[in-house]
Design a protein around this ligand. Structure first.
Ligand code: MRU
Length: 352
């Protein structure tokens, strides 16, 4: 096993005339390539195509996309500037619907502009600083999640995770994987089972890649193997990330998470979710209010360049599902472990 530094999922290079450097995750694990996003449209496409993905990382991407959309504004008319800002924000908000971090980051950027006095140039500088702050704060929240959750991973444990909730899905370090990194940094030995995560394979392409680079013992399984592993006693806990957590604690995450939670509960295995408080959506009373992204059937029919279902048979491709709060043993945020998961406990969590 190797221990190698990870390229950053996304970072801002230079000043206002700079660009967002996005690691193209669609090419991993085969190729490490950075895309230079110098305009909103390129960033919109990078979010939509999942070059940058994972709820916290797309929040950062949206914030940087806002900067890219206003930095070339000409003239000093503040009202016209704010109108352009609104239209850039509306456009970015249409890139992906489920991860609430995207909308949270966009709202934060709009608020920053509303509250910043001064010239258009002052506003531009304030918005770039805000986008960088969103990135840096996400990295700090992820570190805190790791510290808050590492004790869940005991010596010799088997840990199952789904999709990618690691450094690649955040500014740095991850959410579910932050817990694993923190346990690893303490010298604990454990084994991770990474669900492959059909149809786009974020588990086998991304989670396995980043955990292996960190020197963490990792085995990839196909999604439909999880039940057998649980029955065999190989899994002591399940930990996943989240794209949106409703006020009652229902959790939207990558499609297949709900099945895992049901399986974990059937085997009496604790099922944990790790997420920064920017993933909370207290305006959504429960999971029914969370919009679920539906992606192209071609991601199932001919996902990686090979025909895997007949052209004339419909394929249905929801990208996320909702796990009811009752199946979630605990939620680890930067504030600590919330358990039991219910409306009263969620209400105590502070959003950044
Ligand atoms: O479609 P993706 O790859 O953006 O989905 C990502 C997930 O579902 C992650 O588990 C979630 O965003 C948490 S990332 C810390």
């Amino acid at each position: 096993m190797t221990e190698q530094a990870l390229p950053k999922s996304i970072e801002w290079i230079g000043g206002l005339d700079g660009y967002a450097a996005v690691l193209d995750q669609t090419l991993l694990p085969g190729e490490v390539r950075i895309i230079e996003c110098g305009d909103t449209e390129t960033m919109w496409g990078a979010i939509r195509r999942l070059c940058v993905r994972g709820a916290p990382a797309i929040g950062v991407a949206a914030a940087m996309g806002v900067v890219l959309g206003i930095r070339d504004f000409q003239g000093g008319d503040r009202q016209r500037f704010l109108r352009q800002l609104t239209s850039v924000c509306d456009h970015l908000a249409a890139s992906r619907p489920t991860a609430v971090n995207l909308f949270w980051a966009i709202e934060r950027m709009k608020r920053k502009a509303d509250w910043t006095p001064g010239t258009v140039n002052d506003l531009k500088a304030a918005l770039l600083a805000e986008a960088k702050a969103i990135r840096d704060e996400d990295a700090a929240m992820c570190r805190a999640i790791g510290q808050a959750g590492e004790a869940l991973v005991t010596e010799g444990a088997g840990v199952l995770t789904h999709c990618n909730a690691g450094a690649l899905a955040t500014a740095e370090y991850g959410t579910a994987l932050a817990i694993l990194y923190a346990a690893h940094e303490r010298g604990r030995q454990f084994r991770v089972y990474a669900d492959e995560t059909r149809p786009l394979l974020q588990g086998s392409r991304l989670t396995a890649w980043e955990l292996d680079r960190a020197g963490i013992d990792t085995t990839v399984i196909c999604d439909n193997m999880a039940g057998l592993l649980m029955k065999q006693g190989k899994v002591d806990l399940v930990v996943t990330g989240a794209d949106r957590i409703a006020a009652n604690g229902d959790v939207a995450n990558k499609i297949g998470t709900y099945s895992l939670a049901v399986l974990a509960n059937a085997h009496d295995i604790p099922f944990y979710v790790a997420a920064p408080s920017s993933t909370l959506d207290l305006a959504a009373p429960d999971g029914n209010a969370i919009p679920i992204e539906e992606r192209s059937p071609d991601e199932i029919r001919r996902g990686f360049g090979r025909q895997t279902a007949p052209d004339n048979v419909p394929c249905y491709c929801p990208a996320f599902d909702v796990t009811p709060a009752a199946l979630v043993h605990g939620i680890v945020t930067e504030h600590g472990l919330t358990s039991p998961v219910n409306e009263q406990e969620i209400a105590k969590l502070q959003k950044p």
